[in-house]
Design a protein around this ligand. Structure first.
Ligand code: PMP
Length: 358
């Protein structure tokens, strides 16, 4: 007996395989931050753990939303323009349900992009129109502007894109927001802090723009599960409506307190992010010297292909040497490795393993 919808049957979970619970791996496969969160986060969580865990958390996460608004004050964001969730994956899930279920219309997204977008479409029966990247891996905004906005349920794209790491300039995001005025344009900025321009500053001018951030990458809090969206209040209210009908308490006390403390230690975050960008530049160069083609990355990972060696073999050889990266094999685009940026020591371990393989 099959009780699932066809869309659900077609889904394959990928995350468990990417998170082996084994020590001593050089783990460069899911774009985590190697430095860990600010010490102030640990202190705030320890203190909160001693007080009040028997009580439900603030269902509105008001203090955290205020801290996020404060962090984005230069873009004019206030707490009513912030929605928080259990990682940006959950925020994206709410956004897809609230904004993109529009029968007869298609959601536009790049091919390739973050794989979860397709999953959410399958889960919710959202029709999608995948717009291929250009030969040089670019998202060409002209290709989207040529599409009749009346046929679209909205647009979703990651900027920088995943897994390429390439970023769009702000003018291109603005052109999208100005073209698709009757539907939501969702910009997933999970990696924006590593070198791209944030569209948050456009929110005040475009009521259809929703910008999604995460604390999992530049803030080193993947384990805490905190993500958020910023938009004008009517879009945020649509997400809140979905949230309230699922789970009114998306964030636990420790997550709220820890995330708030992170956002208040901007200096630590800036330092950490700068170190990752410097390591990325050094690693890109070292990989190029070893015969890899490396796409220009604005993220905390590199998307690479070796000129002679097959990606699958390199992936398996690295795995045997306790170095974990991601392997992508796409029909049109060929085999690639996506390598997260770790510490300089982790780069050295990766390069030593590659030197043994090449
Ligand atoms: N968006 C993109 C583009 C990502 O790569 C990821 C991480 N895999 C996410 C969103 C989700 O991150 P999180 O749920 O940890 O916030």
């Amino acid at each position: 007996m099959n009780f699932c919808s066809d869309g659900l049957q077609a889904l394959e979970p990928y995350i468990p395989g990417e998170q082996p619970q084994v020590a001593d791996l050089v783990k460069l496969n899911t774009n985590e931050n190697p430095y860990g969160p600010s010490p102030q986060v640990i202190a705030a969580i320890a203190q909160a753990a001693q007080q009040g865990l028997q009580l439900y958390p603030d269902p509105l996460s008001l203090r955290l939303r205020q801290a996020i608004a404060q962090h984005h004050a230069s873009a004019g964001i206030d707490a009513a323009q912030v929605f928080v969730g259990n990682g940006s994956d959950e925020v994206l899930g709410h956004a897809f349900r609230a904004l993109f279920v529009r029968p007869g219309r298609k959601l536009l997204m790049p091919d390739i992009s973050y794989s979860f977008y397709k999953v959410y479409c399958q889960l919710h029966g959202i029709e999608m129109q995948q717009v291929p990247l250009r030969e040089d891996w670019r998202i060409a905004v002209e290709d989207y502007l040529a599409i009749d906005p009346a046929s679209c349920a909205g647009v979703v794209l990651a900027n920088p894109n995943a897994p390429t790491g390439m970023a769009l300039p702000l003018q291109d995001i603005e052109r999208l927001a100005a073209h698709f005025t009757q539907s939501a344009v969702l910009i997933d900025e999970a990696y924006v802090d590593f070198g791209a321009q944030s569209a948050v500053q456009l929110v005040a001018r475009y009521p259809n723009l929703l910008v999604v951030h995460t604390l999992s990458k530049s803030w080193a809090l993947a384990g805490l599960r905190v993500g958020f969206a910023m938009a004008q209040a009517p879009l945020i209210e649509a997400l809140v409506r979905v949230k309230d009908s699922f789970n009114s308490y998306p964030l636990g006390r420790l997550a709220q307190v820890g995330a708030q403390a992170a956002l208040q230690d901007w200096a630590y975050y800036r330092d950490c992010t700068a170190r990752i960008v410097a390591t990325r530049q050094a690693l890109a160069q070292a990989l190029q010297q070893r015969g890899f083609e490396v796409l220009p990355s604005c993220a905390n990972f590199l998307f690479v292909r070796h000129r002679q060696h097959a990606g699958a073999q390199l992936y398996a050889g690295l795995r045997e040497r306790q170095v974990l990266v991601r392997h992508f094999d796409k029909p049109r685009l060929g085999e690639h490795l996506r390598i997260s940026i770790g510490t300089p020591e982790q780069s050295q371990a990766l390069l030593a393993a590659l030197d043994a393989l090449l």
